[in-house]
Design a protein around this ligand. Structure first.
Ligand code: DP6
Length: 320
């Protein structure tokens, strides 16, 4: 008995940073993201009664480090009393590249485990469960432009606009590889407890969400660019104001931001966003993509550039 599911990572345009309930992993703010198309994680979950304990294999290698988080997620989807499972994950992009590999991993895991248990939960229920494992994973259940709404007791996730409706492109400039200094789960708690800007960040989020929603509804690139860059820089200000401070950027991150500013000055429709890592994600229109790609690849210090369109939400591939 096995089930295989696939999910794509997503990039937040209006960011999730901070939790209101760390135990249930409920976010302090709503968020809006785009789901990518070409990058994906495939998760195979199978019962195996010959195993003494669950087993996790990532890209062909046994991985003990991630296993407890995977097991907690399996517990919420399959229930506490269950048979041992083998989880085999395959990712077609570098895991340590700061591309939200945990979002695609937990979205795919939730869909596969639900199919294994033959539960057939709704996409919204699956998004809720994936979000308990990793907040951003909830958004990878849906395609295109996705909003995660913060409700009093839970979250609700929905697609604001299909990928084909506004086919923006995402160019990712890899400025460094390797693990982050502080993982986002821990970093968010540090920000909540110590950043003098945290409360204002939470307070202001509804207006950024509203501006982004309106820009997406009207396919207004320049309005989306303005609010997305503002929201990203505000999140990083919260991080910088934390104690200890969390600075995820390096000098190449700044060089890429400058490249994007130069393109904007030349009238190229592009904007940047940066998550809890040093990579720069440039969002642009299809007509601008080759110019943005070349400009970022030529920026001194950029190690690699990846390109993706917008795609669909997590989906079940097969069961046997
Ligand atoms: C900066 O979803 O990785 O990418 O819920 O603790 O697993 P946990 O956090 P995670 O945080 C993502 C933070 C972000 C912004 C975003 O994706 O919205």
């Amino acid at each position: 008995m096995r089930a295989i599911a696939r999910a794509q990572p997503n990039i937040a345009l209006i960011k999730y940073w901070g939790k209101r309930d760390a135990g249930r992993n409920l976010p302090a703010v709503g968020s809006i993201s785009v789901t990518l198309a070409e990058l994906y994680t495939t998760m195979c979950v199978e019962y195996d009664d010959t195993l003494l304990d669950d087993e996790l294999i990532i890209n062909g290698q046994a991985d003990g480090g991630m296993l407890p988080r995977i097991q907690r997620c399996l517990g919420t989807v399959l229930g506490a009393r269950r048979r041992p499972v083998r989880v085999t994950s395959q990712c077609n992009f570098p895991i340590a590249a700061g591309l939200a590999s945990s979002a695609s991993a937990f979205a795919a895991l939730t869909v596969a485990a639900d199919a294994l248990a033959e539960r057939k939960r709704s996409t919204d229920e699956l998004a809720s469960l994936a979000g308990r494992a990793s907040g951003s994973a909830a958004r990878s259940l849906y395609g295109g432009f996705v909003e995660l709404e913060n409700r009093p007791r839970d979250v609700s996730v929905s697609s604001l606009r299909a990928a084909a409706d506004w086919p923006l492109q995402v160019v990712v400039a890899i400025t460094a590889t390797g693990p982050k200094p502080v993982g986002s789960t821990e970093a968010m708690e540090i920000s909540r407890k110590t950043s003098p800007f945290f409360e204002r960040w939470v307070e202001q989020q509804p207006q950024d969400l509203a501006a982004a929603r309106e820009a997406i509804a009207g396919r207004d690139f320049s309005a989306l660019a303005t609010v997305a860059e503002h929201n990203c820089l505000k999140m990083h200000s919260v991080m910088w104001g934390s104690r200890p401070p969390m600075i995820y950027w390096n000098s190449v991150t700044l060089a890429c931001m400058q490249t994007i500013r130069n393109l904007q000055e030349d009238g190229v429709p592009v904007f940047f966003t940066i998550d809890a890592g040093p990579q720069v994600k440039a969002v642009c229109t299809p007509e601008a993509v080759s110019q943005v790609h070349v400009a970022l690849a030529e920026t001194t210090g950029v190690e690699a550039v990846m390109l993706s369109g917008l795609g669909e939400g997590a989906a079940l591939e097969s069961t046997a």
